[in-house]
Write a protein that binds this ligand. Structure first.
Ligand code: AP5
Ligand code: ZN
Length: 215
C-alpha cells in the first residue's frame, strides 16, 4: 500500500509517518529529511538548498523529483509513505509516472487538516532527536527526562533552522499557493481522504488506521 500524507507545515505528517513505519513496516520517504541530510553532509546540492529551506521556500521540482526517483529505484517492494512530497502539481504528475513505471499505484492521499493557529503552536514548540529522528513538542510531547530522547537516550535534541515565525509564514504561503491545489487534483482522482489533524496524536493515528484498514 502506497500513501501520501498531505498537509501544511506542522500538520503532523512526520509524527504519523513514524507511527506507520513502526506499526506496519512501511517505508517513510520524507523529502524534507532527505534535503536536511544533504545539507548536513555538505554535498553540493545540500549547500544549494540550505538558504532556500531556511527562508521557507520550496526547493526546485527537479531536485526533489530526482531524490524521490533515486529512493524508489533503490527499493524493490512498495509500502511507501510519501511525507512532504509531492508539493506541486508537477511533482504529483512525476510521482504518478514513477509509480506506474514500477508497476505500482497510489492507494490513498490522506489530507491532514489543522488550522493556522495550531500550526504556529506546533512548529514553535517542536524539537527533534538528532540521532534517531523522534519528533517532540515542548507542551504536547515532551521527553520523559529533560534533554534526553525517550527512544534512543541521545542528548542531541535539536530545533530546526526554519522553525521560526517568519519562515513559517513563508512556508504556509507556499503551501496554500502551490501545494493545496493537490487537494483538488487527488479528489478528482478519487483517492483523497481527509482526517482531523487537530486531535491528539493517538486519535489522529486511529483515524488513519481506519482509512488504511478499509482499503
Ligand atoms: P518538511 O521537512 O517537509 O517540513 P514541513 O512540510 O514544513 O512539515 P514539518 O516537518 O514542519 O511538519 P510535519 O507535518 O511533519 O509535523 P510534525 O509531525 O513534525 O520541509 C522542509 C523544507 O524542505 C520546505 O520548507 C522546503 O524548503 C523543502 N522541501 C521539502 N519537501 C519539498 C518538496 N517536495 N518540494 C520542494 N521543497 C521541499 O509535527 C509538528 C509538531 O507538532 C511536533 O512538535 C509534534 O510533536 C507536534 N504534533 C504532531 N501531531 C500532533 C497532534 N496531533 N497534537 C499535538 N501536537 C502534535
Ligand atoms: Zn533519539
Amino acid at each position: 500500500m502506497n500513501i501520501i500524507l498531505l498537509g501544511p507545515p506542522g500538520a503532523g505528517k512526520g509524527t504519523q509517518a513514524r507511527i506507520l513505519v513502526e506499526e506496519r513496516g512501511m517505508i517513510q520517504l520524507s523529502t524534507g529529511d532527505m534535503l536536511r541530510e544533504a545539507k548536513s553532509s555538505g554535498t553540493e546540492m545540500g549547500n544549494l538548498v540550505a538558504d532556500v529551506m531556511a527562508r521557507g521556500q520550496l526547493v526546485t521540482d527537479e531536485i526533489v523529483i530526482g531524490l524521490i526517483e533515486e529512493k524508489l529505484n533503490a527499493e524493490s517492494g512498495g509500502g511507501f509513505i510519501f511525507d512532504g512530497f509531492p508539493r506541486t502539481l508537477a511533482q504529483a504528475d512525476a510521482l504518478g509516472e514513477l509509480l506506474e513505471r514500477k508497476g505500482q499505484k497510489l492507494d490513498a492521499v490522506i489530507e491532514m487538516r489543522v488550522d493556522d493557529v495550531a500550526l504556529v503552536r506546533r512548529i514553535t514548540g517542536r524539537f527533534t532527536c538528532g540521532n534517531c529522528g523522534e519528533v517532540y513538542h515542548d507542551d504536547t510531547k515532551p521527553t520523559a527526562k529533560e534533554g534526553v530522547c525517550d527512544v534512543c537516550g541521545s542528548t542531541d535534541l535539536q530545533r530546526r533552522a526554519d522553525d521560526n515565525e517568519e519562515s513559517l509564514r513563508q512556508r504556509l504561503m507556499e503551501y496554500y499557493k502551490k501545494t493545496s491545489p493537490l487537494i483538488g487534483y487527488y479528489h478528482a482522482k478519487g483517492s483523497l481522504r481527509a482526517v482531523d489533524g487537530l486531535g491528539e496524536i493517538d486519535a489522529v493515528a486511529n483515524e488513519i488506521r481506519g482509512i488504511l484498514d478499509r482499503g
